[in-house]
Design a protein around this ligand. Structure first.
Ligand code: BG6
Length: 511
């Protein structure tokens, strides 16, 4: 009986994740994201049997490719991908559903052709008129694509099935442009059909934050200002900006990382338990956190955020050029590649607990982690034994690359004297589960097909995140840096970042 029930439950859960028939329509299909992530990840979903039986990919881009050429290029991309195993039979079945439509993004004729291809696919493959549009173009094309989709009646009230849209980051370049983009999207799609993607939310370990906090009783009671001294969120990258100089010169670290990935991590660490693990309940709580973050005045933005740009150096024993020497970067570029910022969340749970966030390119290693540092216990008991200081307890959530959780606590060193040392208790995903994890994009693509928006940003969430980082952007534009480059590639960032935390009598964690 029990087995039957649990089998039925498992089946039910599995079925819930099976999307209905649909076409994924990718704009900007010849770009890097598509060959590196979207096609390999969609193919991998096919390999795992997670795509609906009736499925198609329609690639839209400007280059004059035929469907055959595009399929060949994507086959090569999948072949070359280190993350997905190539299976020829699966690829061939998957590739049959790939079609290429060549068009300029503003050309109404191209959308008529796209409409005709989709209508044919509906007939041949039984897709039921369901479409998932994916904007993987440069953001400058978003507005016109949305306009044309509406005009061509490919989305909105005229469609027979559902029409959803995934919008890649950057979602705007500041608060104003994010608002304008939201208004534009809303002209054609309802909020319920909009999926603003932040791939950090698709990472298993990021999702585990909620499970860790809310599926256990022992951590939540101490997850408060009574016990927590401060929180450190680090997203360190050893890579530089590669061939993305053109994009990065416009974006810089605040738009590229802080406004989205780091603030997402912050909200998940700090949010209250939602009433359900369901899109709006979760996002309501995340938005509340963003509203509780104390906004910076321009002066505070300069005082509580430190910026950096990498100069020449060495990473992993290899020489690395300065940011200003990278392709398509101005030789006197003021663009920051590093930020450290101290934020405060003014609510009942967190008042007085600083959150230090830092991220940068060309740091000594690639590591993302969240460190919750607890307050020290009174020392009285151990003074007579000559113990002068204790190390605080630290709970570390390792997001990547060594996914796991570590708790650091004090233990007695064996022997006659009272000596105390910190030791680690470790949980490691790899050794505990040893199963293949879906990539972030696999998870998020499937969620969008299933219609689950929990791991996507809501309109108010994106706008509030922008309003928090805008004072930093403005303050830095008004007072351009005079000391760039101010950290060597392969080091842990500028001196100002160190000073920022040491001013409070604290230190960055050594990673
Ligand atoms: C992207 C940024 O969103 O995230 C990149 O544009 C950055 O600059 C990347 O390198 C980091 O993602 P991950 O998953 O490698 O940590």
């Amino acid at each position: 009986m029990e087995t039957m029930l649990s089998d039925r439950l498992r089946e039910g859960l599995r079925l819930r994740r099976m999307p209905s028939p649909c076409a994924v329509v990718i704009f900007g299909a010849t770009g890097d994201l598509v060959r590196r992530r979207l096609i390999p990840d969609l193919y991998n979903l096919a390999r795992k049997g997670l795509l609906p039986g009736a499925f198609a990919v329609v690639a839209v881009a400007r280059r004059p490719f035929s469907t055959d050429t595009f399929r060949q290029q994507m086959q090569q991309a999948v072949h070359e991908s280190a993350e997905v195993p190539y299976d020829r039979t699966v690829w061939e079945m998957f590739a049959e559903g790939i079609h290429y439509v060549q068009s300029e993004f503003h050309d109404p004729e191209g959308y008529r052709r796209l409409g005709a291809v989709l209508a044919d696919l509906d007939r041949q493959r039984g897709l039921g008129g369901n479409r998932l549009f994916y904007l993987a173009t440069p953001p400058s094309a978003y507005h016109i694509i949305i306009d044309r989709l509406g005009e061509a009646r490919l989305a909105g009230e005229w469609t027979t099935g559902w029409a959803r849209i995934i919008v890649e980051k950057p979602f705007g370049v500041d608060l104003e442009t994010a608002r304008a983009l939201n208004r534009k999207v809303m002209e054609v799609f309802r909020e319920a059909h909009v999926y603003r993607i932040d791939h950090y939310l698709g990472k298993e370990t990021v999702q585990n934050l909620m499970i860790f906090r809310f599926a256990n009783t022992i951590f939540e009671p101490i997850w408060t200002r009574q016990y927590v001294d401060h929180v450190q969120i680090t997203v360190a990258e050893s890579g530089g900006i590669g061939d993305r100089g053109g994009y990065y010169e416009e974006a810089g670290v605040v738009r590229d990382m802080l406004q989205n990935h780091l603030l997402q991590l912050l909200t998940l660490v700090a949010m209250e338990p939602p009433t359900a693990i369901e899109a709006d309940a979760v996002r309501d709580e995340k938005v509340k956190v963003l509203h509780a973050v104390r906004p910076f005045t321009p002066e505070q933005a300069l005082a509580f955020a430190a910026q950096g740009q990498y100069g020449r150096g060495a990473v992993d024993g290899e020489e690395a050029p300065a940011y200003r020497e990278e392709g398509r970067v101005a030789p006197d570029s003021p663009t920051p590649t590093y930020i450290a910022v101290r934020m405060e969340i003014e609510n009942w749970r967190w008042a007085g607990v600083p959150f230090y966030l830092r991220t940068g390119k060309r740091l000594p290693k690639r590591v993302t982690e969240i460190g919750i540092q607890f307050k020290l216990p009174p020392l009285i008991l151990f003074r007579h034994a000559g113990v002068e200081d204790l190390e605080p307890n630290v709970l570390t959530l390792n997001i990547q690359p060594d996914e796991g959780i570590t708790l650091r606590f004090a233990a007695k060193v064996p022997g006659q004297a009272t000596r105390i040392r910190s030791v680690n208790m470790d949980f490691n995903y790899g050794t505990s589960f040893g199963v293949e994890e879906p990539t972030a994009y696999e998870r998020l693509l499937l969620d969008a097909m299933v219609g689950d928006r929990t791991l996507f940003a809501r309109r108010d969430e994106v706008e509030q995140a922008w309003s928090l980082v805008t004072p930093i952007l403005e303050a830095w534009t008004a007072a351009p840096p005079v000391d760039f480059p101010n950290y060597e590639a392969g080091t842990w960032g500028p001196a100002a970042a160190k000073a920022l935390i040491e001013r409070d009598g604290r230190r960055w964690r050594r990673l």
